[in-house]
Design a protein. Structure first.
Length: 323
């Protein structure tokens, strides 16, 4: 007889007694099983909200990319027809698309590397300076972070204006136009993106550094390790989960830069020399009224970002890191 059974008296056929049988008793659900759905119940409101704000727009984006959807279909003059992969065939057959894609990848890579280097360097600096300079640096960085992209872009265009900007006067560049050349325009936009992006990396990494036990850093310093060696061999491995988060965020933000390019290069530069995918999609969708092609570019961007994120996470997990 087990603890999950109980004895019951069942009447016999002759009525002269009964037979003893074992009736199974349902085992109560374990606390772990009962609480398994509890986290999902707490997350349910957020999942519903994300479903409405994220899943449905992505579905519409993908749907339009498979249709013929131009101004004629929007106004109702012509019926909407299914094109299959026709829009993607047209897009991939356009040489300008591949040029813009390459420029976007290179520009985003430069922005991510510059943002991570600057943010991590300033995070380490925050641990080396006194309270008052640290507070001033934090407030200045947070002010740059809080500035809207369109406002920051307009200010940077004024600072580097060839006629009235103070930067050219200080550097003695005369009437040099930063937005005329392709590479100088990209460099100017990169500086603005770096200015408004590094505070997130700096604050996040600084919080991670403060969580590292002081004894570990002190032991590395007593062993004669340089500051670079301490960062590379001690801090960076312990900060790997945080660095993964800020890297993925930076890749997503910098790959889909729109406002800075559009404002500072006046819609993509001379003859489209400073186009990136987001601005290119905007021109196709709204300037040319080719909404299906613009949606196809958006789907390509989404797939690229998902692939980069998944590959990066897989590489990190291969190294045994738990995120």
């Amino acid at each position: 007889m087990t603890a999950d059974t109980t004895l019951h008296k069942a009447p016999g056929r002759s009525g002269a007694g009964g037979t003893t049988v074992r009736a199974p008793r349902r085992r109560p659900a374990s606390p772990a099983r009962r609480s398994g759905w509890t986290p999902w119940l707490y997350l349910l409101p957020a999942l519903v909200l994300l479903g409405g704000l994220l899943v449905y727009p992505i579905y519409q984006l993908g749907l339009i990319s498979f249709l013929e959807y131009t101004q004629a279909q929007v106004s109702g003059g012509e019926p909407t027809t299914f094109q299959g992969f026709g829009n993607y065939t047209t897009l991939f057959g356009d040489g300008q698309f591949w040029q813009v894609l390459l420029a976007t990848v290179l520009f985003a890579t430069a922005c991510v590397l510059a943002t991570l280097f600057t943010g991590c360097a300033l995070a380490v600096l925050l641990t080396r300076i006194r309270a008052l300079p640290r507070l001033a640096l934090m407030m200045a960085a947070l002010g740059a972070w809080a500035t809207p992209a369109i406002t920051g872009s307009t200010v940077w265009v004024f600072l580097f204006d060839p006629d009235f900007g103070p930067v050219n006067k200080v550097l003695g560049l005369g009437d040099f136009s930063w937005t005329y050349g392709r590479y100088s325009a990209f460099a100017l936009v990169l500086l603005e993106v770096l200015w408004c992006s590094f505070p997130f990396v700096m604050v996040t990494v600084y919080a991670g550094i403060r969580a590292i036990p002081a004894e570990v850093l002190e032991a590395a310093s007593l062993d004669g390790a340089s500051q670079w060696r301490i960062w590379r061999s001690v801090m960076a491995p312990m900060l790997r989960p945080i660095l993964v988060v800020v890297t993925i965020q930076s890749v997503i933000w910098d790959f889909k830069v729109f406002t800075q390019i559009y404002v500072m290069t006046n819609g993509g530069g001379i003859a489209g020399q400073n186009l990136v995918l987001n601005v290119y999609a905007y021109q196709k969708a709204f300037a040319s009224s080719q909404y299906s092609l613009g949606s196809a570019i958006g789907v390509v961007m989404l797939v690229i970002l998902l692939a980069v994120t998944l590959v990066y996470l897989r590489l990190v997990r291969r190294q045994g890191e738990e995120l």
